[in-house]
Design a protein around this ligand. Structure first.
Ligand code: GLP
Length: 260
């Protein structure tokens, strides 16, 4: 795992956006795995800026989102469909036919088939070239809560009480946070060619330290990234504050060999 620590979320997100832009310029038909939540907001803002000001094109890009709340129609104000269109898709030239987000309105009896089809679509697109991830306060990635199988695939999950509490702020006061979700599995995520995890703020410090420096454990789903050959973790100082080896990560970052 490569750990990049920047003074703030904005500068870390700009670095991550530059990396994604380099991939898209090299490979305009790349497939991106995308995440929701507050963590990728600055990254998306920078991608939008690169599109508007520097001509970065998403015309031939395919995107797959990690997850969605079950029970929410795409038009719901707290759905991840709404989040993605508001915060990224409507500001760039992505082809709506190449945007994949799990549906929140799948009948229970169709779920297994639906999830298998989502995996099939990823395969048909040639796999995910780069997957963007946030990290939950309890170490989850996507909605793979603690205890998720490290080889899990897209499926239904029950949210942990802490996640429901953490995500309550994204819902109207009288709107309940859904209990069930569809999420790509940890096995699905690990098949991406590259992974870019964003972690910002003191609230993430413990989960980040457990994921990066703790033992590999299904109780810290993000620790599964230790198995990945190209996982980069972008942090601000606050999220890095519980790491024991920050100096070393800075050293490696300063002395990185030139890319070839
Ligand atoms: C949700 C999403 C995750 C995200 C997490 C952290 O649970 N399903 O993909 O990483 O929230 O959210 P935030 O970035 O808002 O802290």
């Amino acid at each position: 795992m490569e750990v990049i620590i920047q003074p703030d979320a904005h500068s870390a997100s700009v670095l991550a956006a530059r990396h994604i832009a380099a991939i898209l310029r090299r490979q305009p038909t790349a497939t991106l795995g995308l995440a929701t939540g507050s963590s990728p907001l600055a990254l998306y803002a920078e991608l939008i800026r690169l599109h508007r000001e520097e001509g970065l094109s998403f015309q031939h890009v395919t995107t797959f989102n990690l997850d969605e709340y079950l029970g929410l129609p795409p038009s719901h104000s707290s759905s991840y469909h709404t989040f993605m269109w508001q915060n990224l898709f409507r500001h760039i030239n992505v082809n709506p036919a190449r945007v994949f987000i799990p549906s929140g309105k799948v009948e229970a009896s169709d779920l297994d088939k639906y999830c298998a089809r989502y995996e099939e679509e990823i395969r048909k697109a040639g796999g995910i070239d780069l997957q963007v991830l946030g990290i939950g306060g309890n170490g989850h990635i996507g909605f793979n809560e603690p205890g998720s199988s490290l080889s899990s695939r897209t499926r239904i999950k029950t949210l942990a009480p802490q996640t429901m509490e953490d995500n309550r702020r994204h819902f109207d006061a009288n709107d309940p946070v859904p209990l069930h979700v569809i999420t790509m599995g940890i096995g699905t995520i690990l098949e991406a060619g590259e992974i870019c995890l964003l972690g910002f703020g003191e609230k993430k410090a413990q989960a980040v330290a457990a994921a990066v420096e703790g033992p590999l454990s299904s109780y810290v789903p993000a620790s599964a990234l230790q198995l990945h050959q190209k996982a980069v973790v972008y942090l601000d100082e606050a999220a890095a504050s519980h790491l024991h080896h920050s100096e070393y990560y800075h050293w490696v970052h300063r002395n990185k060999p030139d890319e070839h």
